[in-house]
Write a protein that binds this ligand. Structure first.
Ligand SMILES: NC(=O)c1ccc[n+]([C@@H]2O[C@H](COP(=O)([O-])OP(=O)(O)OC[C@H]3O[C@@H](n4cnc5c(N)ncnc54)[C@H](OP(=O)(O)O)[C@@H]3O)[C@@H](O)[C@H]2O)c1
Length: 338
């Protein structure tokens, strides 16, 4: 596996990051350890979790697994923002919640530092100064090495970067957005911010929760029993059958299946490879419920789709874009300059 610098930092991370959201949820502890071992055997050093994943269980599994390892060999990322209890201060990015959450995450992870501490989503109720100054303190105290953002809008990310710069605080070094063939709105503004400001990009759900894995076909009347998509609606997850069972999705999947076959890869490998090579992307965060899925997904790195195959996927997955993000508007601006 290759290593890439995370944004402008000197930190080198494997080009695939292992997501651990399924650990302790669909995947038991023993299988989780095997998945983590296999990822590391392939050269992976970058592991993403969050305090909220199974209310701390994912962090605990990663922490237990880390105990007989050399801690410094790994880049461990976790997050704060979503509710961890019923109390009024068990949620958000207030100073109080961040400081108690970081202590809990360190304890569950069995470590004295977190490599990458991410704000899981924007918190409209907490002043940004409060959040960013607290994160700055965590880096200064040595509890956290780098900070990142997830699920921000373009203006929110730019505002946070500008504020940290003006105040001389540690700044976000990367963004964790949803980004895959079924979800490309991240390209409208967020990727530009990251490229302009030198932030790394670590896309979540590169298979859109399994939609791009190859197991869904348009002749199906419902998702296969036991798949994530079959339970997404009842669990309140966004990758539901109802949302994606439409012509837009099936056209992308048709193209993906054709491109993958031509490339001699599985659809999952082709889909992850596509996002791995998008401008600005550092490392997609791969998900796997089983060892077989991990094995398959590890095969998404170390090769490239041809330019023509990428172009076909780009064309099939292009979203309708209106002003000011569309190409016409850009052409117009160029005309004025000439
Ligand atoms: N920041 C955020 O808000 C956020 C949100 C979501 C995720 N994340 C991060 O991103 C990571 C990855 O997200 P994700 O789990 O949604 O990724 P994903 O790769 O889009 O989906 C993973 C799911 O797809 C199916 N799958 C994966 N590989 C497969 C294969 N080769 N063949 C068939 N099915 C396959 C499995 O579901 P089945 O049960 O159907 O087999 C698996 O659980 C998470 O672990 C987490 O670290 C972050």
């Amino acid at each position: 596996m290759d290593y890439r610098y995370l944004g402008k930092t000197g930190l080198r991370v494997s080009e695939l990051c292992l997501g651990t959201m399924t650990l302790g949820r669909e995947t038991n502890e023993e299988d989780s350890f095997d998945i983590l071992d296999r990822f590391v055997e392939e050269g992976g050093n970058f592991i993403d979790t969050a305090n909220v994943y199974s209310l701390g269980t994912s962090e605990e599994i990663v922490g237990k697994w880390l105990q007989d390892k050399r801690r410094d060999d790994f880049v461990v990322a976790t997050k704060v923002r979503f509710p961890m209890g019923e109390g009024p201060n068990d949620v958000g990015t207030s100073r109080k919640h961040i400081l108690s959450s970081v202590k809990d995450s360190l304890r569950r992870l069995g470590t004295d530092y977190i490599d990458l501490y991410q704000v899981h989503a924007w918190d409209q109720r907490t002043p940004l100064e409060e959040t960013l100054s607290t994160l700055n303190d965590l880096v200064r105290e040595g509890l956290v090495r780098y900070i990142g953002a997830s699920n921000f809008k373009g203006w929110q990310l730019q505002k946070a970067i500008d504020m940290s710069r003006q105040k001389g605080w540690e700044s976000f070094v990367c963004l964790q957005p949803q980004y895959n063939l079924l979800s490309r709105a991240t390209e409208w503004e967020l990727i530009d911010v990251c490229l302009n400001e030198g932030l790394g990009v670590i896309p979540w759900s590169p298979l859109r929760g399994g939609w791009l894995s190859g197991k869904y076909t348009k002749d199906m009347v419902k998702p296969p029993e036991g798949s994530r998509i079959s339970v997404a609606a009842e669990k309140g997850w966004s990758e539901t059958w109802e949302k994606h069972n439409n012509d837009f999705t099936w056209e992308i999947l048709d193209t993906l299946y054709a491109v993958a076959e031509e490339a001699g890869k599985t659809p999952a490998q082709a889909a992850i490879n596509w996002v791995l090579h998008r401008p600005g992307v550092t490392a997609p965060i791969i998900g796997a419920r089983t060892m077989e899925q991990l094995e398959a997904n590890l095969g998404s790195a170390g090769w490239s789709l041809t330019d023509e195959q990428v172009e076909r996927l780009n064309k099939a997955s292009k979203l309708y874009v209106s002003y000011p993000y569309n190409e016409d508007a850009i052409r117009q601006r160029r005309k004025f300059r000439e």
